[in-house]
Design a protein. Structure first.
Length: 150
């Protein structure tokens, strides 16, 4: 499995409900490496751009209202298979379908308040990382590497 980077965002409900630490803890404990993070409230147009592929959906206006209702915590996590593993850790989009043990399965009830976002493909991850972190990420060596990878 090759090393990848994935864009993970804690949505406004996740921030307001005090789940930032819990979500970071899960990614750290899994063995992924944090290479970028910021807490901020991007302008509406920025969020519309992030979700541009959903602009024709009936829930788009509500989604954008939700996403600009408070600060989000944007992160980039790195590691082998990080994109697919990140999606599994988040759980299915609809919390009623999310496995217990996943972030959505454990902490939320409705699709319109589903706490977190994670890139769905490596290609989209690279696009999202460029959008959210145009100045790049922080490269560093983790002393845990030899204990996580063979
Ligand atoms: N039927 C719906 N009603 C309300 N909101 C929805 C609905 N479907 C999706 N959403 C919202 O739009 C977001 C993006 O939907 P998408 O289909 O891209 O799922 P996803 O890739 O799992 O989610 P995300 O991009 O947030 O990680 C969902 O996470 C959810 O917040």
């Amino acid at each position: 499995m090759s090393s990848e980077r994935t864009y993970i965002m804690i949505k406004p409900d996740g921030v307001q409900r005090g789940l930032v630490g819990e979500i970071i803890k899960r990614f750290e404990q899994k063995g992924f490496k944090l290479v970028a993070m910021k807490l901020w409230a991007p302008p509406r147009e920025f969020m519309e751009n992030h979700y541009a592929d959903l602009s024709s959906k009936g829930f788009f206006a509500g989604l954008i209202e939700y996403m600009v209702s408070g600060p989000v915590c944007s992160m980039v996590w790195e590691g082998a298979g990080a994109v697919a593993a990140g999606r599994v850790m988040l759980g299915a989009t609809k919390p009623s379908d999310s496995a217990t043990g996943s972030i959505r399965g454990d902490f939320c009830i409705e699709v319109g308040r589903n706490i977190c976002h994670g890139s769905d493909t490596v290609e989209n991850a690279n696009k999202e990382i460029e959008l959210w972190f145009p100045d790049g990420v922080t490269e560093w060596d983790s002393c845990q590497k030899a204990w996580i990878y063979e």
